[in-house]
Design a protein around this ligand. Structure first.
Ligand code: CTP
Ligand code: MG
Length: 252
């Protein structure tokens, strides 16, 4: 018989994942305006190897087995399409909750947080992810679960390998001190609730709100592989399609 031995830290970590006090908010209520001239459907529904793009991140999060519920933030007009896609791909919808999004990303997240306010506990962890970031490995998800368990809020980020210039000042800045901010971002429910009570702005992400909160919070910026890039333009989409077609590990 094969006996696998884990060290104490690993056992504690697996236990934490299995307790499943993590909720996923997966955003798919955008219009994909910047890709509209190039593809017929919204980018989250664009088919890659016959599967809609949003299923790639969703299936990774489901496979991680670290989440209690999955909140899919959708446009009302896409509800049937999303449900059909889930059914066609035999995704168990028992733990999936559908939330209608708003006009902006900010409003979409706010609707999900309002739903969670009286459903989850203040110290439960809320992961927020752009569905347009299709590839997210289970290893990365575990790294983030581990990080949020040690902090009040965290963001994913990519290191920068290009030189960075401020165009108005014609001044280079030290790239070693810069990151590209990505999702998933994760927050204790009480923290993300405070963010939306205090800063109901048009920010393009949520970590930018959390770092403005006053208080003794612990946070971290977690380095993740830039393969979780966001599909925004046709070049991104072509790159994503090519990566998925050529790498079995990213196929679903
Ligand atoms: N999003 C959302 N609700 C909105 C706007 C955006 O849920 N009202 C989601 C998108 O579906 C996407 C993520 O937020 O997964 C990041 O947004 P972005 O890349 O800007 O997507 P879109 O807003 O759809 O694209 P565009 O800005 O080109 O219109
Ligand atoms: Mg947008």
């Amino acid at each position: 018989m094969l006996v696998i031995k884990f060290d104490t830290d690993m056992l504690k970590f697996i236990d934490k994942c299995m307790k499943k006090d993590n909720y996923l908010v997966l955003l798919l209520a955008g219009d994909g305006n910047r890709l509209k001239k190039d593809i017929d459907e919204k980018k989250q529904f664009h088919l890659i190897l016959n599967k809609p793009l949003f299923l790639y991140p969703l299936i990774s999060f489901i496979k991680s087995n670290a989440f209690k519920k999955y909140l899919l933030v959708i446009s009302k007009s896409d509800e049937e399409l999303v449900k059909k896609n889930l059914q066609d791909n035999r995704i168990d919808t028992k733990d999936i909750i559908f939330i209608y999004g708003g006009k902006t990303r900010n409003e979409s997240v706010k609707n999900a947080i309002s739903y969670l306010t009286d459903k989850a506990n203040d110290d439960d962890k809320i992961f927020i992810h752009d569905s347009a970031r299709a590839i997210i490995s289970i290893k990365t998800i575990y790294k983030l679960v581990d990080a949020i368990n040690k902090n009040d809020f965290i963001t994913s980020a990519f290191p920068i390998y290009d030189s960075i210039i401020l165009k108005d000042k014609l001044e280079y800045i030290n790239r070693d001190n810069c990151y590209r901010v990505s999702t998933p971002q994760a927050f204790s429910l009480d923290v993300i609730k405070k963010c939306y009570e205090k800063y109901d702005d048009k920010a393009t992400d949520d970590y930018s709100k959390a770092i403005k909160l006053e208080g003794n919070y612990k946070t971290d910026i977690v380095n993740i592989p830039s393969i979780s890039f966001k599909v925004t333009t046709i070049d991104d989409l072509i790159m994503l399609e090519s990566i998925i077609k050529n790498n079995k590990e990213y196929q679903i």
